[in-house]
Ligand binder design. Structure first.
Ligand SMILES: [Mn+2]
Length: 246
């Protein structure tokens, strides 16, 4: 009974704070609710997920076991253990330039090759975004970025449209970067798109060095995400679609 009452107080407090246009800290909610420590502790995850747009995804198959923690309102921290260093170098760009906290632990069948692990990380990351964004109320929805890296220039345009769609226009001069096969980038983004339900256009406009090409794409991807998931304070309670849902 007490739990239910506290839950209601907490949810009312979150609603009020959202209407004011600010996403409060747990401490602030604590002060408002004045609930008991134990009850608040139980609700902490729920509250955190509501106010900080975070998600925890576990995806286990016979080929891969993946655990992703994401906080879209983080500060760009990242932590990876995937067994694929070049992918980690790329995902670090997404966290840093998307200003999201990202923790990915993956155990895949790398004795075969990187294919399943890379694709499944894309899938799980897509699921994490889909879950963390929830009903997408208040988000800017569209994002785009041009990012250069020396001779390379890439453009990423995306829409959290609720529909999967990938346009991937990238030619890598090399088949591999280190031991990372460059055709896996397409698999990664296809997995992401299918599960984040986004429309994603990726174009490498020029470039000669495959490492630069990949890195400019992932940096632009991070920047475009940052723009799209940013909250517009004037529409915090509305879904940015004339259809009424995304
Ligand atoms: Mn680099």
């Amino acid at each position: 009974m007490q739990t239910r009452l506290t839950k209601k107080i907490v949810s009312d407090a979150i609603k009020t704070l959202k209407q004011q246009g600010s996403y409060p800290s747990i401490e602030k909610i604590w002060n408002i609710t004045r609930g008991s420590k134990e009850i608040i502790k139980q609700l902490k995850q729920e509250i955190e997920n509501t106010v900080t747009r975070s998600a925890n995804i576990q995806r286990n198959t016979l080929e891969t076991k993946i655990n992703i923690q994401i906080n879209l309102d983080g500060d760009g921290k990242s932590n990876f253990k995937t067994g694929i260093p070049f992918l980690e170098h790329m995902l670090e760009q997404v966290a840093k330039h998307g200003i999201i906290d990202l923790d990915i632990q993956a155990k895949g069948d790398l004795h075969i090759d990187g294919h399943h692990t890379v694709e499944d990380i894309g899938i799980a990351l897509g699921q994490a975004f889909q879950q963390a964004l929830g009903d997408k109320k208040g988000i800017c929805r569209y994002g785009h970025a041009y990012v250069p890296l020396d001779e390379s220039l890439s453009r990423v345009v995306l829409d959290f449209s609720g529909r999967p769609g990938l346009e991937f226009h990238v030619d890598f001069p090399r088949a591999s970067i280190g031991n990372f096969e460059t055709d896996l980038f397409h698999e990664f983004f296809q997995g992401f798109v299918n599960h984040a339900l986004v429309t994603l256009h990726i174009d490498n406009l020029r470039g000669q060095n495959s490492h630069h090409i990949a890195e400019s794409i992932f940096k632009a991807f991070g920047r475009a995400i940052r723009m799209a998931i940013d909250l517009e304070p004037r529409i915090l309670n509305s879904i940015p679609s004339t259809k009424g849902s995304l």
